[in-house]
Design a protein around this ligand. Structure first.
Ligand SMILES: NC(=O)c1ccc[n+]([C@@H]2O[C@H](COP(=O)([O-])OP(=O)(O)OC[C@H]3O[C@@H](n4cnc5c(N)ncnc54)[C@H](OP(=O)(O)O)[C@@H]3O)[C@@H](O)[C@H]2O)c1
Length: 304
């Protein structure tokens, strides 16, 4: 039996991992998150409130549960909010990781951490695991620093970098590209969408499957886990509109510069995922297939 401690369990990836792991009879799952459990299905696993910036709480939880594996999905993920609230961002994305890795290292736990394509500057994507990071904004700097801490503090570590996660979960605290575009256009709102940023969008279930492969294979090191195809953000939003038969005239193509966002985004990222394909049998769906999967989930959710 493996004890698996999951942080950030209320988040998009966290929830997918809970649902994927909770029924496995070789795993004892302790899901943790800020505040109450927001998942609808609370059977077959334990939930405990855990703020990863609280060192005492982290130490106690890790000591009591003795995890063989820690999967850290907790993070401050809103890039512009991180730019504007840098202390809070550092506390969650860096100090929290310090506390978790220090506590886990005492037990020799396998530490699985999540990071981002934003560690790269977007000058010449797609990127593979040996490319050199050059973060452009504060969120990216905090995530790169967290990677360094994981590598320094843990003997048995894995870092899964990913790109634009989309999916549907219970009681979501944040939207994502697909839901945002669908929601705004359905309301009849015009949306400004950048035509000069290129990414490989990742279905949350695929990312969860990749993380579970890392755990099951005890795979070590850096892995790039994203969807298989790169699109501009504008192309992705057009695909969402096309799928739902929405009014495309409400989509207003703009340049990144014109948006004047607090955090400067890298332009061209995307990943070379051949290492994950080979070592983890990672086989993510393309964006259109991912939208179809999400749509089926939305329909089921609306039946309740
Ligand atoms: N989303 C993306 O497009 C994307 C892209 C690249 C990389 N990533 C990385 O992938 C990972 C998972 O992302 P995600 O999309 O699942 O993010 P998410 O939905 O924002 O989930 C993050 C979770 O962390 C929780 N959290 C925040 N502060 C915490 C604290 N101090 N202690 C414990 N939990 C805390 C949040 O709580 P609340 O729910 O209460 O806010 C949330 O449930 C993150 O490491 C992120 O940096 C994400």
């Amino acid at each position: 039996m493996k004890n698996v401690l999951l942080t950030g369990a209320n988040g998009l990836l966290g929830q997918k991992l809970v649902y994927a792991l909770k029924s496995r009879n070789d795993i004892e799952l302790l899901a943790t998150g800020i505040g109450q459990n927001r998942l609808i299905d609370q059977a077959n696993y334990s939930f405990q409130s855990l703020d990863i910036t609280n060192k005492t709480e982290v130490d106690q939880t890790v000591k009591q549960f003795s995890p063989h594996v820690i999967i850290n999905c907790a993070a401050m993920t809103n890039v512009d909010a991180c730019e504007l609230s840098q202390n809070q961002c550092w506390d969650i994305n860096v100090n929290g990781v310090k506390y978790l890795t220090n506590a886990g290292a005492k037990l020799g736990s396998h530490f699985i951490h999540l990071s981002t394509d934003f560690v790269f500057d977007g000058e010449d994507g797609p990127y593979n695991e040996s490319d050199t990071p050059n973060p452009l904004h504060f969120y990216a700097k905090s995530k790169l620093e967290s990677e360094k801490i994981v590598i320094e503090n843990c003997v048995n570590w894995s870092i899964a970098r990913t790109i634009i996660i989309y999916g549907i979960t219970d009681n979501m605290s944040r939207s994502n590209l697909v839901l945002w575009a669908k929601g705004e256009i359905e309301k009849g709102n015009t949306i400004n969408v950048v035509n000069d940023q290129f990414r490989s969008p990742t279905l949350a279930e695929d990312l969860a499957t990749g993380c579970i492969s890392i755990m099951d294979k005890n795979a070590y090191g850096l892995f790039h886990l994203s969807g298989p195809t790169r699109y501009s953000i504008l192309e992705m939003v057009y695909m969402v509109a096309e799928f739902y038969n929405l009014d495309k005239s409400l989509i207003n193509p703009v340049s990144s510069k014109s948006l004047n966002q607090p955090a400067k985004r890298p332009l061209v990222t995307g990943f070379d995922i051949s290492k994950a394909k080979k070592e983890l049998n990672f086989n993510p769906v393309d964006f259109l297939a991912g939208i179809e999967i999400m749509d089926r989930q939305l329909k089921t959710q609306n039946e309740y």
